[in-house]
Design a protein around this ligand. Structure first.
Ligand code: ZN
Length: 369
């Protein structure tokens, strides 16, 4: 099972290049093997590179691939940073923790979701508590389980979506769909009913590597929301957190603060209604750390277009043949939606990400631990 997948960009290539760059930078490496394989039969793993003192009090963290397919951007930035950074400029009490492809299955299979069809960024919840009940999604669910890629059933599903968009507007419909839902494992933006492998692995990594930290900045790397080639820096949590004012002062007008909630709105393309984002989970997991959680979100194509390709990919994994020319076409399109082949786009997102990390690291170095 391989012909459906692009060969020029794949999990193994990203992983090998990251590990080579980390090794050349004298990083300490840690591996978290995933139980499943990729479409070429390749072993999957989340890898962690730690640069600097493992007992450092101040740490810059970067996480790639929360949404698997978006990991090509994040992984490329992590690799390029490792290739260009001079580790000797790092003081003894500052470290950098690169968490490479936290949803390796999603990257390998060119999907946003993980092996359980879970959107990892809706899964960081306390599952001992009642789960969010997104009843408005129920009426839209049939759109996302359509059994045809093209044909009368797909036309019906398109008509249902268009009808809702006509009456409510695209942002309102997307704020329902993208809020996440916990009842339909075969639907879009499914948050799961337990902590999935990537969620548990991220918690393990944080416990294992941030025990000595007192201050940290964490960058969760995403693509697909916002205008083409316009990376946004956001901080997204359920409530103001203790270090929010520091984060705002550090980045000034570059930083967009998004407090999520059922009635929250945003013009960024990032779902303000969503539950289970990584940022809040990282704050909760590290109560001893003065944490600033950031998201870098690099815009690609219009939301309607991306949504349609996500629907095609949904069809492919529910009903299609992953080893077919049709699969190849859908996977190529999906990769393009979240990682444009345009070299100007790729260069620009790297330059901006590097600027953001430079400012963050500069501030961590100046800070007193
Ligand atoms: Zn994302």
């Amino acid at each position: 099972m391989s012909t459906g997948f692009p060969s020029h960009r794949n999990f193994t290539r990203q992983r090998e290049q990251f590990l080579a760059a980390a090794t050349a930078a004298n990083a300490r490496l840690y591996h978290y093997p995933h139980p499943l394989c990729g479409p070429f039969g390749e072993a999957l793993s989340t890898d962690v590179a730690l640069i600097g003192n493992p007992q450092a009090k101040r740490v810059l963290i970067a996480v790639s691939g929360t949404h698997g397919v978006e990991g090509f951007y994040g992984s490329d930035c992590q690799r390029q940073w490792l290739q260009t950074f001079n580790p000797q400029t790092l003081p003894d009490d500052v470290a950098v923790l690169m968490i490479h492809l936290i949803n390796p299955w999603g990257t390998a299979w060119i999907r946003r979701v993980n092996e359980d069809k879970i959107d990892l960024n809706r899964n960081y919840l306390d599952f001992s508590q009642a789960l969010p009940d997104n009843q408005a999604y129920d009426a839209l669910h049939a759109i996302y389980t359509c059994d045809q890629l093209r044909g009368p059933h797909r036309d019906q599903a398109d008509a249902l979506l268009n009808e809702r968009v006509q009456s409510q507007g695209w942002p309102a419909v997307m704020s329902i769909v993208e809020a996440g839902q916990y009842h339909h494992p075969d639907g879009l933006f499914y948050g799961g009913n337990r902590a999935c492998w990537s969620n548990r692995t991220l918690h393990r990594i944080l416990q294992e590597h941030l025990g000595a930290a007192s201050v940290a900045m964490c960058f969760d790397l995403h693509t697909g929301a916002g205008d083409y080639g316009h990376p946004m820096l956001l901080t997204i949590t359920q409530a103001a957190y203790p270090a929010l004012a520091d984060a705002q002062q550090l980045f000034g007008p570059w930083l967009f603060t998004l407090i999520t909630g059922a009635n929250s709105h945003s013009d960024t393309g990032v779902a303000a209604t969503a539950t289970g984002y990584a940022s809040q989970a990282i704050i909760n997991a590290l109560p001893h750390v003065r944490l600033m959680p950031f998201v870098i979100e690099c815009g690609t194509y219009p939301g309607e277009q991306i949504h349609n390709v996500l629907r095609d990919d949904q069809w492919l994994h529910l009903y299609g043949n992953l080893d077919s020319p049709q699969a190849h076409q859908i996977k190529q399109q999906l990769l393009e939606q979240f990682f444009p082949a345009d070299s100007d786009w790729q260069e620009l997102v790297w330059v901006r990400t590097r600027q953001i990390w430079d400012r963050a690291l500069g501030a961590l170095i100046k800070m007193q631990g």
